[in-house]
Design a protein around this ligand. Structure first.
Ligand SMILES: Cc1ncc(COP(=O)(O)O)c(C=O)c1O
Length: 396
């Protein structure tokens, strides 16, 4: 049933004022990069890239042990086998482990710039090149660097982008080839009318929610509730008690072939080109630095990256919190904009607990503690100060 949520969204959402802006030349310049191939979303980009690897004998893709299943499912969907390398508590790559796993069966290595912080790739570039392995820098958490503003992902052979993490634009992804990589064609299919309609409706509802509790808002959500209730009576929704991330659908994390064969939706294209990127970058960086000053570390809460390098445009503010599962919903009830990331690990990793107990144990430790606070451009400094004092009360 659609709800008109009153809590502060942890992710950036569309506001009516975001629609009034003309095309932003600086953004268009960045997005007109001739080496960009736009896809329906980032998982479609990963699928398209891995699927294009023609090796018959190399069927393994190395992935980080801490992950969102949206990077594992495209690999499986493309017919490759995921294998994992270790990640430490600061979300850094354990290079020794990764390099030991560069066997002749490996076709590609995917690294993730967690929350927009660049992973250390220097020790990997030459060994990957020498081994004939494609190095993919997954920049889905942040497609931009600041000072000066530019696309991330310049270091690997190819990069993956998702736009909705920084800009309220709906689904949209891209691949960029950096050097010496065979190019692949842009997807040809257009989104179906029903998909386009759903995307448009989701943005409209975000804008209404951000508009405040007016008559337009209340009227619309009342009508929506009537419509969905009537539909549910006519056709009760199927209850899926067997949700399983390993299933082909993968629930919320699902990756379908159409994600890789369909163009970026026209609405996303329209919204990113009109986004007020400079101000979004400044506000995100300012909010991150403010939260870093206001949050108190304690024996229960560890800040993963207290310092913000001058080029990073952060997606969120990650911490490790003991007892997360008992505290997160209580904080949310008190208005703290938060979400979890990598909470569900793909079964192909957890199955390795006998062969690689230390790697799996560490990944489980991180995934059960990681908590991300919202620092996006719709949040003002007072909101950050208010919610950080709520968090401090819980953890000290
Ligand atoms: C590292 C990483 N890559 C890719 C994705 C998928 O992004 P999209 O939702 O645009 O497919 C995610 C999703 O959060 C992610 O965390």
């Amino acid at each position: 049933m659609p709800t008109n949520h009153t809590t502060t969204p942890a992710h950036v959402t569309l506001r009516f004022q975001d629609l009034r802006w003309p095309q932003n030349k600086a953004v268009s310049h960045i997005l007109d990069d001739a080496n960009l191939i736009y896809t329906y979303n980032a998982r479609g980009a990963t699928w398209r890239l891995i699927h294009s690897l023609g090796h018959k004998n190399r069927r393994v893709v190395l992935l980080p042990a801490v992950h969102c299943p949206t990077i594992v499912l495209p690999v499986l969907q493309a017919g490759f086998q995921p294998l994992y390398y270790g990640i430490d508590e600061n979300l850094n790559i354990i290079h020794e482990d990764l390099l030991n796993k560069l066997s002749p069966n490996v076709a590609a290595v995917v690294t993730v710039n967690f929350f927009g912080f660049p992973a250390a790739l220097d020790p990997l570039v030459k060994p990957c090149r020498d081994a004939g392995v494609l190095l993919i820098e997954d920049c889905a958490h942040s497609f931009l660097y600041a000072n000066p503003i530019r696309l991330t992902g310049e270091r690997g052979d190819a990069s993956i982008f998702s736009f909705r993490k920084l800009v309220p634009c709906g689904p949209g992804g891209a691949i960029r080839f950096n050097h010496n990589t065979p190019a692949i064609a842009s997807p040809r299919n257009r989104s179906s009318i029903s998909h386009s309609f759903r995307t448009l409706k989701a943005r409209w509802e975000e804008a209404l929610n951000n508009h405040g509790d007016g008559i337009l808002n209340r009227g619309y959500f009342w009508l929506e509730n009537v419509r969905t209730s009537a539909r549910e009576i006519a056709q009760p929704p199927a209850i899926d008690n067997n949700f399983d991330v390993a299933s082909t659908s993968g629930g919320d994390y699902r990756c379908e072939t159409f994600h890789g064969t369909t163009r970026i939706p026209w609405l996303t294209h329209h919204l990113i080109r009109r986004a007020r990127i400079m101000s979004a970058v400044e506000k995100r960086r300012g909010n991150y630095q403010l939260l870093s000053e206001c949050l108190h570390e304690s024996s229960r809460l560890k800040i993963i990256s207290p310092n913000l390098p001058r080029e990073v445009v952060p997606w969120a503010f990650p911490v490790l919190l003991d007892d997360r599962s008992t505290l997160d919903y209580r904080m949310r009830e008190q208005g703290v904009p938060l979400f979890t990331h990598g909470e569900t690990l793909h079964p192909s990793l957890t199955e390795l607990s006998n062969q690689e107990p230390r790697m799996v144990k560490k990944a489980r430790y991180i995934s059960s503690r990681i908590l991300c606070f919202g620092i996006h451009q719709n949040l003002d400094p007072n909101t950050i100060k208010t919610y950080s004092s709520v968090v401090n009360k819980f953890v000290t």
